[in-house]
Ligand binder design. Sequence first.
Ligand code: GLU
Length: 448
Amino acid sequence: MSDYVERVLDIVKTKNSAQTEFIQACESVLHSIAPVVDSDPKYEKAGLLERLTEPERVVIFRIPWVDDAGKVQVNRGYRVQFSSAIGPFKGGLRFHPSVYIGIMKFLAFEQIFKNSLTGLPIGGAKGGADFDPHGKSDGEIMRFCQSFMLELYRHIGPSLDVPAGDIGVGGREIGYLYGMYKRITGQFNNGVLTGKGPEFGGSLIRPEATGYGAVYYAEEMLKHFGDTFEGKKVTLSGYGNVTWGVCKKLLGSGAIVQTISGRDGYVYDPNGIGTEEKVDYIYNMRVSGKGKLADYASKFGAEFHPGEKPWGVAADVVMPCATQNEVNLEDAKKIVDGGCQYFVECANMPATNAAQDYLLKAIRGVGPAKAANAGGVAVSGLEMSQNALRYSWTAEKVDNMLRDIMVNIYKNSEEAAEEYGFGYNLVAGADIAGFKKVANAMLAQGLI
Ligand code: GLU
């Protein structure tokens, strides 16, 4: 690897010492793109990597709100506007107690390359708060969202920054956030948030898009090896929006979806999560906020394994859908021992770098998150287009566009990896393909 990449990684580590997830993401991407950067001195001359690893802007703010007991609560809010090289900032909002600057920056950094891969003109951002929606009443969620927007509205706009959902932020939260935005500004402003309800400008298929997109991407990987989902045992983690979308798309594919998981353990369903009733049950578990995995197990005659992750279950395809670093090196070894050949990342950075490297060497294919889970933000981009057109496309049209985008992401990643000597390494390929477009845009726009 080049001295330049090493030097920039040293700077990143020194400047962001406690931000472990951000350092992890930078190490992974910079290692992949080293051959591109080494191929031409123009990148170093333009300080491209130093600029790429420093966000354009970070906003950190106070969110005061009153809980149901009348007590004042204070959370910390964030918006990391990492790169607007190819379009307005775009990325989700996460409400989770683990949120801190290191997680916000890794997510925003990943979003730059993911959004570039979609082929749409959208830059990279992420935001959120260290707020735990778990166990909060509907009124508390609304007041929190309203207070959050009372600050965020200054920093967003249809050609400036367009937030969406992520963990802890779904349709209900986007509704409350958007309502407050509209109240403050008095403007529709092309929707300004994506993931809205279909009644007020939301795109059809947006709720399903991340899961559907991941399955379309996985199908391309399988096809590369002359394979299909028919008869494949599939392990999923999580039980949120992404897990649900994957389950829904795999209905009727012949795949046997055998696990879902939560903070308290995992469910093993030997018959497979293969009926609409089961898929709807998962959806309602999340939306009601009251669902328990153990209830799924007793209702459908499945096993509940408290306190465990699903990685020890033998599977052909593993699709982590929950959160960052949910698969470590030990887990990766179990996954390989269980016979897995395809690892498709549906959550953002679900594997540690050591786990991902191990899997890359041991199995047929690893689909990295920034490619495999780009379907969500891609349909968010399509929602922006529909809002600008003052028009709504049919579910079928959006779904077809989503599939085309995912197939292109796969192809571009495969070709980029091949071109730079990485063979069938879709992780490196996605980083390279995403990077080249952003880098060219930065070079074209001068030192800004
Ligand atoms: N949070 C999602 C992601 O990780 C979606 C972002 C968006 O739609 O803007 O890509």
